[in-house]
Design a protein around this ligand. Structure first.
Ligand code: MN
Ligand code: MN
Length: 470
C-alpha cells in the first residue's frame, strides 16, 4: 500500500506532459493540433481570426448578440452569443445560471501578430521593378523578414462602400512576394552593423512586379501591376489609401521535428491562446457563472484603438447582456466586472538551449511541460505588469490539479534581460482577479514560431478546467 501511494506521488511529479498520455490520449492530442494548425494556416490577420471564429461559433450554436439587442429578446441561461467588434475583436458568452453581477469566468487572448503593414501610398517603381512600401507592426527583428516567401492578406475599402478581400500567396498556384537581402559577396559593411540595423525599417520593401506594360514610357512595371489589380480586384491605386493590407509569412503551419511533436507556424503569438480559449469555451454547454472568451486586436502595439483591449467594447457588451438578462443598472455592470476571474492568455518564452544564458532555469517555461503561468510580467522591476494575487493563483492550481492538467510557472527570461506586457493589467483595472497564462513559444515574433503540441492541448484542457471549477 505504502509503495502504491509512493508511486502515485511520483506520477504527480511528471513534468513532461507527453509522458502522461496513453495511446488514446496521444491520438487526441495530435487530432486537436490538426484543428489548430488549420486555424493558424487560414487565419493570418485579426480579421481572418474573427471571421473564422464566428464561423466556428455558429457551428456550435452561437448567435449574434446584436440580433438580441435589436429585437430586445431576453437572454437565458445556456444561451450562447457573440459580440463582433468591427470584425477585428470578438467576445463570446455562454450565459450562466447565476446573475451576471456574480462575475464572469473570462478567457482572453489576442489575435494580432507581428507583420509588415502596407503603407497607405505604397506602390512605386525603381529601375523597372515594382515594390510596395511597408511599415512594420509590433516587435520584429527586421533581418528575419528578408528572403522569405511572403503573402498579402487584407481588405481594400472603396469609396462606393464595397470591400474587397485579398489573399495572395497561400494557394500553391498563387505567386508569393518577398523582400530581398544583400548578397554575401557585397555585405562586408552590412555585416559590421548591429543586428537592429542590418536591415532597416524603411528598407522592408516588398517586390511585387517586374514585367513592363507594353506601350508605356514611364513606370511601365508599376502600371502593369495596377492593371492586374484593376482586372483581378477592381482596385485603383488611390484605393490603397483606405486599405488594410498585411504582409505575412506565406504557407501553412507544419509539423516540426521528426517525431511531429511541435508545430511550426506563423502568428502563434497569440493565436495559440486564442484558438485554445475558443475551443475550451465550445466545450462548455452549461455554466454556473457566465463563461466568456475574449479575443482582441492591437496587443502588440499597446492594446490601443477601438478593437484593442483598452477599448470599452467589452464593457459595452457586458452592459448589453445585463440589460438583456434582467433589470439594467450601472452598478450591476461594475459588479459583473469586479467579481470576474480571468486568465489573460499570451505566449511565454520557451527555454531555448541555443540561448540558455538569457534564462533563469528554475523560472523558465519548458516545451511540453504544459500551460504556463506568469504571476507577473513587465520589465525592469516588474514595471507595467499585473502581479496576480497568490490567493487567486492557489485556487487555479487546485482547479488544474483536479483535472490533471500539466502546468508550469515562469518569468520572461532573466530579471534584467528584457521583458514584455500583456492585456492583463487592463482587465485588472476593473478590480477583477487576473493572471497571465499561456503557451510557451520558441522563436517568438519570428516569421515562423514553434510550439509543442502537448502544450497546445494542455492549454485547452487548462482553460476548460478553469471554466468548470472557478
Ligand atoms: Mn502576445
Ligand atoms: Mn507578442
Amino acid at each position: 500500500m505504502a509503495k502504491k501511494a509512493e508511486s502515485k506521488k511520483e506520477e504527480k511529479k511528471i513534468k513532461n506532459a507527453w509522458l502522461k498520455y496513453d495511446e488514446a490520449r496521444m491520438k487526441e492530442v495530435f487530432e486537436f493540433n490538426e484543428g489548430y494548425k488549420n486555424f493558424i494556416s487560414v487565419c493570418k490577420t485579426e480579421r481572418e481570426c474573427v471571421t473564422e471564429s464566428i464561423r466556428l461559433a455558429k457551428e456550435q450554436g452561437y448567435k449574434d448578440l446584436k440580433e438580441y439587442i435589436k429585437s430586445g429578446k431576453k437572454l437565458e441561461a445556456g444561451d450562447k452569443v457573440y459580440f463582433d467588434q468591427m470584425g477585428k475583436a470578438l467576445a463570446l458568452f455562454v450565459i450562466g445560471e447565476k446573475p451576471l453581477e456574480d462575475g464572469m469566468k473570462i478567457l482572453g487572448a489576442h489575435i494580432d501578430s507581428p507583420r509588415l503593414d502596407i503603407k497607405q501610398v505604397p506602390l512605386y517603381e525603381e529601375k523597372e521593378m515594382a515594390l510596395l512600401d511597408t511599415h512594420y507592426y509590433g516587435g520584429v527583428k527586421k533581418y528575419q523578414w528578408v528572403t522569405l516567401p511572403l503573402a498579402l492578406h487584407g481588405v481594400v475599402c472603396k469609396t462606393d462602400g464595397s470591400k474587397v478581400s485579398v489573399v495572395i500567396g497561400e494557394d500553391e498556384n498563387d505567386p508569393v512576394v518577398g523582400i530581398s537581402d544583400l548578397l554575401i559577396h557585397l555585405s562586408q559593411d552590412q555585416l559590421q552593423k548591429p543586428g537592429a540595423k542590418v536591415v532597416e525599417g524603411e528598407d522592408l520593401n516588398v517586390l511585387v512586379g517586374s514585367i513592363p506594360l507594353k506601350g508605356e514610357e514611364t513606370d511601365a512595371v508599376k502600371k502593369n501591376i495596377l492593371k492586374f489589380l484593376e482586372e483581378k480586384y477592381a482596385i485603383k491605386e488611390e484605393d490603397f489609401t483606405s486599405a488594410e493590407l498585411e504582409v505575412v509569412t506565406a504557407g501553412k503551419a507544419r509539423d516540426y521535428g521528426l517525431d511531429r511533436g511541435l508545430v511550426m507556424g506563423y502568428g502563434q503569438d497569440d493565436r495559440v491562446c486564442a484558438y485554445t480559449s475558443l475551443l475550451a469555451l465550445f466545450e462548455i454547454k452549461k455554466t454556473d457563472r457566465t463563461a466568456v472568451c475574449l479575443i482582441v486586436d492591437k496587443e502588440e502595439i499597446g492594446s490601443v484603438g477601438a478593437t484593442g483591449m483598452q477599448s470599452m467594447f467589452f464593457e459595452n457588451a457586458v452592459a448589453e447582456i445585463i440589460n438583456l438578462t434582467g433589470e439594467y443598472s450601472e452598478l450591476k455592470v461594475r459588479r459583473s466586472l469586479a467579481n470576474s476571474v480571468m486568465l489573460s492568455s499570451d505566449v511565454s518564452a520557451a527555454f531555448d538551449s541555443n540561448y540558455a544564458s538569457v534564462f533563469e532555469l528554475k523560472n523558465s517555461a519548458f516545451m511540453g511541460h504544459g500551460l504556463v503561468f506568469n504571476k507577473y510580467t513587465g520589465s525592469r522591476g516588474k514595471s507595467g505588469s499585473n502581479d496576480a494575487n497568490p490567493e487567486y493563483y492557489a485556487r487555479i492550481r487546485a482547479a488544474l490539479d483536479k483535472h490533471n492538467v500539466s502546468y508550469q510557472t515562469a518569468e520572461l527570461g532573466k530579471v534584467d534581460v528584457g521583458g514584455g506586457g500583456t492585456i492583463a493589467y487592463i482587465m485588472a483595472k476593473y478590480g477583477m482577479e487576473v493572471i497571465d497564462s499561456g503557451v510557451a513559444v520558441m522563436s517568438m515574433h519570428a516569421p515562423w514560431e514553434i510550439t509543442s503540441k502537448a502544450d497546445v492541448f494542455e492549454a485547452k484542457e487548462g482553460y476548460v478546467a478553469f471554466i468548470k471549477e472557478m
